[in-house]
Design a protein around this ligand. Structure first.
Ligand SMILES: [Zn+2]
Length: 373
């Protein structure tokens, strides 16, 4: 527990201000402030000619390649990385820099980050392009991997709010995966190293956020970069920034992602630690179990149904707007809502609840379900 408390204190001291919106693009990186200590270089350019930056720090033998925002609208881990670099600036975690060399790509998909989209400017999901290598961003990552031949890869993402464990259990705050390198889900030394790191994070963080850490789906997909690099021989770890109740801007997740990355780096930099894993496969797996809001017991056309609503995130006026959409109108007793409202069989006109489109605005206002974000 003390270890986590110490890391939390460091996070509080080193958390960069001015990054609380989910909208984060190249303009927000402020890499000039990091330049005295780090080597910041330009790795290349995106489809729409935005710069893709790379930061190089440390002088150790173990090489770690970390990249974030290959999906442009997944900014939480980027913030945790920037907080981490600020911590290095404040002389924290010097052992890590003594034993490891870090190669950090803070935003791999700057066009997607600017447009707040998952895909790149050509509308390609870069995390399905590892083998095709058709996009400039994928080529840069693949080439950089070949150039530095990392020992470890950290593949940093955000996941949606729909994931949890079994019904009634909390949402997935963080998810991890030691990706497969073949369809048999074999385990070699490198994959075991990935598992060991995840198990270590799980054990440490379970002390403070028990039941909030889960494993991501591990079906082998050679088009995904995690699987691709695991196959090439780097111990690769997928980090997914999840969701804590009503923390739609992911500030709580940002803290725990910071702690997770530091915990992983501390383990990697400590050569005395063995790579035996015993618990990885017993970490609970993610299940699609949540809606953002469930209206229970609604009377629509004399039928008693539940209404499942999720927020769609769109860019508006330089910030992210969360708009409620109806995704399901059925018995949702197997699901949970981050917010649940019992409607006590109240009648709602069908037009107010059109499936797959934005909720009737007057109903949204009436139910007061638009959260103050
Ligand atoms: Zn992603």
């Amino acid at each position: 527990m003390n270890k986590i408390k110490d890391l939390t204190d460091i996070f509080i001291n080193c958390r960069l201000s001015g990054l609380s919106s989910k909208y984060l693009n190249n303009d927000h990186l402020r890499l000039d402030e990091l330049k005295p200590l780090f080597k910041v270089s330009e790795l290349g350019y995106s489809v729409n000619q935005e710069t893709i930056y790379c930061i190089n720090i440390g002088k150790g033998r173990t090489k770690v390649l970390l990249w974030s925002q290959m999906h442009g609208n997944e900014s939480t881990s980027t913030k945790s990385l920037l907080d981490l670099m600020n911590a290095f600036n404040n002389n924290e975690f010097l052992d890590v820099l003594e034993n490891c060399t870090l190669f950090i790509i803070p935003i791999l998909n700057p066009d997607g980050a600017r447009e707040y989209t998952r895909v790149n400017y050509n509308k390609v999901d870069l995390n399905r392009d590892a083998k095709n290598n058709s996009q400039p961003e994928s080529k840069l990552l693949n080439d950089y991997y070949e150039k530095i031949k990392p020992d470890y890869c950290f593949n940093l993402h955000d996941q949606r709010t729909i994931y949890g464990g079994e019904k009634g259990i909390s949402p997935s705050g963080l998810s991890f995966l030691a990706p497969c390198y073949d369809i048999q889900s074999s385990i070699n030394v490198n994959r075991r190293k990935s598992m060991c790191v995840i198990e270590h994070i799980y054990n440490d963080l379970s002390l403070v956020i028990k039941d909030r850490i889960r494993l991501y789906d591990d079906d082998y997909n050679e088009d995904c970069f995690g699987d691709h690099f695991q196959k090439k021989g780097a111990a690769t770890i997928l980090f997914e920034s999840g969701f804590f109740e009503l923390d739609y801007n992911r500030e709580i997740t940002r803290k725990y992602m910071f702690i997770s990355i530091v915990t992983a780096l501390n383990l990697i930099s400590d050569k005395s630690k063995s790579i035996i894993t015993t618990e990885y496969l017993s970490i609970p797996t993610n299940k699609v179990i949540f809606y953002d809001i469930i209206l229970k017991n609604v009377n629509v056309d004399s039928m008693n149904v539940d209404i499942g609503i999720n927020f769609i995130e769109t860019l508006k006026g330089g910030d992210v707007e969360f708009t409620p959409y109806v995704f399901a109108r059925e018995d949702l007793s197997k699901y949970s809502g981050h917010k649940e409202i019992d409607m006590h069989n109240r009648k709602i006109a069908k037009g107010a609840l059109i499936i797959d489109v934005k909720l009737n605005k007057s109903l949204v206002n009436e139910l007061n379900i638009k959260l103050n974000l």
